[in-house]
Design a protein around this ligand. Structure first.
Ligand code: PEP
Ligand code: MG
Length: 593
């Protein structure tokens, strides 16, 4: 049946940034941040009673939803976690708050949403100023409950992701990495957001989960509603609202052809990552959750080059204990044995925050109290993790590395704390690897220029290009407006990478790369030519990277690196990279954006 005129009119094509490949079509599930959507409206005296009634209905609805969630959590996780919701019920039943909203309707003569927000903001601000930890935490409860009441007032869908009956495409303004980690792959088949860029942690998570995703669409969350049909192409960054039949067919064919290529790459699973002329590359994987380990072997990877352990700390009410962590690290190590398992210490801050730790809001979180800076200031938290990693190091493949080190002092302080932990474990008679390999991430320009100072104190370097690019080029990695400036092939970046590798080799140290650049098949020949010893990529990218490596001659990689080190712009470098891959593995160009 041809498309109707009405359908054609509703059909809109938008361009965002494709960050996780694949085409998918389905109804929208709009996850709104209700607080941002409160529309202020003046009311007359006659309308006050109606607003009070709306408020009371919303409170009843909210109370019953909280009871329902509490029951679900009790069944799924246990009574302790369910008790958390008692605090939410106390907020709904807080007569002082409720009365203040009702009084506020007469005072401000505004709709109930506006008054509720005003009162709730007042409450949270007051609670946040209190010295008592318990009361300060109640501010979070007030915020959560307010959000729920606002949602009920707006009549927006109260369906939660777990209640969806058929698969949907999640559309949102932005999604915290911890929320992405909780997405149910059966229910959420695609992801689109207003904000974000290819190296935002949400995009990284979407890739790890193999969900097609388009980010940086600016205003998609206000253009669509739950139930609207959309199509997203995670390769090209296209999003189509109400796609026409012709578009569905066209994208269907494109996806079919990509699927054929992807499935042909599965034959490489057991093959080594070796160039035509026998140059071997260690092709490891980045993981966020312990279960991700399974995807490494499925995709033909070799061990873990980066375990982002902070995800163990997110989405929970208390910090993971030393025992819990030791078990998880040991499990990952035993599953990857004899291949390496590189465990990165906690990298909080930036775009990853814990609700259970009171980390102050910062204007520049990526340049703030993040990663090793946070850990050195919180030695108890840091040492708990270091001891857990050491305990897991009875599996000899465990290595540890520190994130975001910017000067030698930080590295020496971290190593000193590690020595303290070793002494403590020795005294307790706990087994661990005395000679555990310790590495440092090179992801701050000052670190890339200090590698000669770091080298005597570590066993390896791992280039964190996601951050190295943002800090070197002064381009916020999660800001879609300036994503065009985020150039991993910028000549300055290539120099920093080369310096790290060359200095490492002079000191007998290997250099890996675990930023997203490593998993971009177009850049792989260049990185090999620059001398990278180990690649650590999202498991889903392993087949493509391996395909390129196995069709490449090491000499071609060397020539490419030599040539582009003379290039004046990132675009020239990228063109040269693309030309080489087009010659040796043209099928890959269909799979990358
Ligand atoms: C990086 O910065 O390149 C990196 C791998 O670390 P993360 O993406 O977790 O900041
Ligand atoms: Mg980083």
């Amino acid at each position: 049946m041809p498309d109707t005129e009405e359908q054609k009119q509703k059909n809109i094509q938008l361009q965002g940034i494709g960050v996780s490949s694949g085409v998918v079509t389905g109804p929208v599930f709009l996850l709104t941040t209700e607080e941002d959507r409160v529309v202020e409206r003046s009311i007359t005296e006659d309308e006050i009673a109606r607003e009070v009634a709306r408020f009371e209905d919303a409170l009843i609805e909210t109370r019953s939803q909280i009871h329902e969630i509490q029951e679900q959590v009790r069944e799924a996780v246990g009574p302790e976690s369910a008790n958390i919701f008692d605090a939410h019920l106390l907020v709904v039943d807080d007569r002082a708050l409720v009365d203040e909203v009702i009084r506020g309707l007469s005072v401000h003569r505004k709709n109930v949403e506006t008054v509720l927000r005003l009162v709730a903001d007042h409450y949270t601000q007051a609670l946040l100023k209190v010295k008592d930890d318990y009361l300060r935490e109640r501010a979070v409860d007030v915020r959560d409950v307010t959000r729920r009441i606002l949602r009920n007032l707006s009549g927006a869908s109260t369906t939660t992701m777990t209640q969806l009956e058929e698969p949907h495409i999640l559309v949102t303004n932005d999604l915290a990495p911890s929320d992405t980690a909780l997405l149910d792959k059966e229910k959420i088949i695609g992801f689109a957001s207003d904000l974000g860029s290819p190296t935002s942690h949400t995009a990284i998570m979407a890739r790890a989960m193999g969900i097609p995703a388009v980010v940086g669409l600016h205003d998609i969350s206000v253009r669509v509603s739950t139930g609207d049909e959309i199509l997203i192409d995670g390769n090209t960054g296209v999003l189509i609202i109400h796609p026409t039949r012709e578009q569905l067919e066209r994208y269907g064919k494109v996806e079919e052809s990509r699927r054929t290529i992807r499935s042909s790459l599965t034959r490489l699973q057991g093959e080594p990552a070796e160039t035509v002329d026998g140059y071997h590359v260690l092709l490891s994987c980045n993981i966020e959750m312990p279960d991700d380990v399974e995807a490494i072997k499925e995709n033909g990877g070799t061990g873990v080059g980066l375990f982002r352990t902070e995800y163990l700390y997110l989405s929970r009410k208390s910090l993971p204990t030393e025992d819990e962590q030791a078990d998880i690290y040991a499990e990952v190590a035993s599953k990857t044995d004899p291949d390496p398992a590189v465990i990165r210490t906690l990298d909080l801050g930036g775009d990853k925050f814990l609700s259970q730790l009171k980390m102050p809001a910062e204007i520049n979180p990526f340049m703030g109290w993040r990663a090793i800076r946070f850990c050195l200031a919180q030695p108890d938290i840091f040492k708990t993790q270091l001891r857990a990693i050491l305990r897991a190091s009875k599996h000899r493949n465990v290595k540890l590395m520190y994130p975001m080190v910017s000067n030698l002092d930080e590295l020496l302080q971290a190593n000193a704390l590690l020595e303290e932990c070793k002494t403590e474990l020795r005294e307790q008679g706990v087994a661990f690897n005395e000679n555990i390999d310790v590495g440092v991430m090179i992801e701050v320009p000052s670190a890339a220029l200090s590698v000669h100072l770091f080298a005597p104190h570590v066993s390896f370097f791992s280039l964190g290009t996601n951050d190295l690019v943002q800090y070197t080029l002064a381009v916020d990695r999660v800001n879609e407006r300036i994503a065009y400036l985020y150039e991993p092939t910028h000549p300055a970046i290539l120099r920093l990478i080369k310096n790290t590798i060359d200095v490492g080799h002079e000191h007998g140290i290997w250099t890996g790369i675990c930023g997203e650049m490593a998993g971009n098949p177009l850049m792989v020949p260049l990185l090999i030519g620059l001398g990278v010893d180990e690649f650590s990529v999202s498991p889903s990218m392993v087949p493509m990277v391996k395909d390129v490596v196995r069709k490449l001659k090491y000499t071609q990689a060397e020539e490419l690196a030599e040539q582009v080190l003379q290039s004046e712009t990132g675009t020239h470098v990228m063109d040269a990279c693309r030309d080489l891959v087009r010659t040796i593995a043209p099928e890959i160009l269909e799979l990358v954006s």
